[in-house]
Every structure is written in C-alpha cells, then in structure tokens.
Design a protein around this ligand. Structure first.
Ligand SMILES: [Fe+2]
Length: 163
C-alpha cells in the first residue's frame, strides 16, 4: 500500500523520536546507576528496550508497505543530573511529547483517509496511555515518599521486580 509523502515524513520522524526516547531512557538509566539505585536503573533499561521495539515495529510497517525508511541522526540526550523526582519528571514530559507526535500523525492519516496508518497510530496511542501512567505513578510515589520522608530505596526495590 502506498503511504502518502507527508505521512511518510512524519513516520520517519516518529521512528527517530522512538530512538531519541530509547537514548533518553538509557541516559536516565546511567544517572540512576550512578546513584547505585540499580532496581530503577534496570527498569529504565527495559523502557529503553521497549522504545527500540516501537521503532522496529514502525520500520517493519514501512517496509511492509514498500516504503524507504530514512534513518536520521539521534540527538544526544543531555547529561542528566537531578533528584530522582526531577529525572522522572523529564521522562514524563518526554512521553507527553511522544503522545503529541503520535496524535499529529493520527490526524494526518485521518485527514487523507489512510485508515491503516490511523489504526496503527491508535495502537501506539493506547500504549502511550500506559506509558504516561507508569511514569506518573512513579512520580506520585516519589512525591509521597518525599512528604513522608520515606526512602527512595523502597521504590528501587519495587521497580527491580516489575516491567
Ligand atoms: Fe515509544
């Protein structure tokens, strides 16, 4: 199936954004590993892997439609320093950007009646609900811990055993 030119460009940009997301999670993983919070670091590593899968699935979709995938430069993430709360807030803000990007592709697909791409974007957007929620959930827990002077070590332990 032929994918319209503007939509192709947007999908290529989305592939790049998925790689940028993976890079951001890797950078966050390193920040937490530096704090010896290995459970959180491990969890972030899994998120980075998930982002690579998102990119791979989009590339597969384009190949299946005989389209050229254009790999672009992956912007280096900033060296991230900060409290655990600040670090997860960066991740949350980034996930919101990803959601906006997917919505804009869905709108384009809808406008030109490319229902298959629209459907794919729906799947990605449904997953984004979960992605944003996961991060927001962690942020809420850290805020609660900060208020009650509990230790981030509880969260480190909790994330070490979940996806
Ligand atoms: Fe993603």
């Amino acid at each position: 199936m032929k994918i319209e030119k503007e939509l192709l460009k947007a999908l290529n940009n989305q592939i790049n954004l998925e790689f940028v997301s993976a890079y951001l999670y890797l950078s966050l993983e390193l920040s937490f590993a530096n704090m010896n919070l290995d459970g959180i670091a491990e969890w972030l590593k899994k998120q980075a892997q998930e982002e690579l899968e998102h990119a791979e699935n989009l590339m597969r979709y384009m190949l299946d439609n005989c389209c050229c995938v254009e790999l672009k430069d992956i912007a280096a993430p900033p060296i991230i320093c900060g409290t655990p709360l600040e670090l997860f807030e960066i991740a949350y803000e980034h996930e919101q950007k990803v959601t906006d990007s997917l919505k804009s592709i869905a709108k384009k697909a809808d406008a030109i009646q490319d229902f298959i791409t629209l459907n794919l974007m729906r799947e990605y957007l449904i997953e984004q609900v979960e992605e944003e929620h996961k991060i927001y959930n962690i942020i809420s827990k850290i805020r609660l811990e900060n208020e009650s002077n509990c230790s981030i070590l509880f969260l480190d332990k909790e994330l070490s055993c979940c996806k």
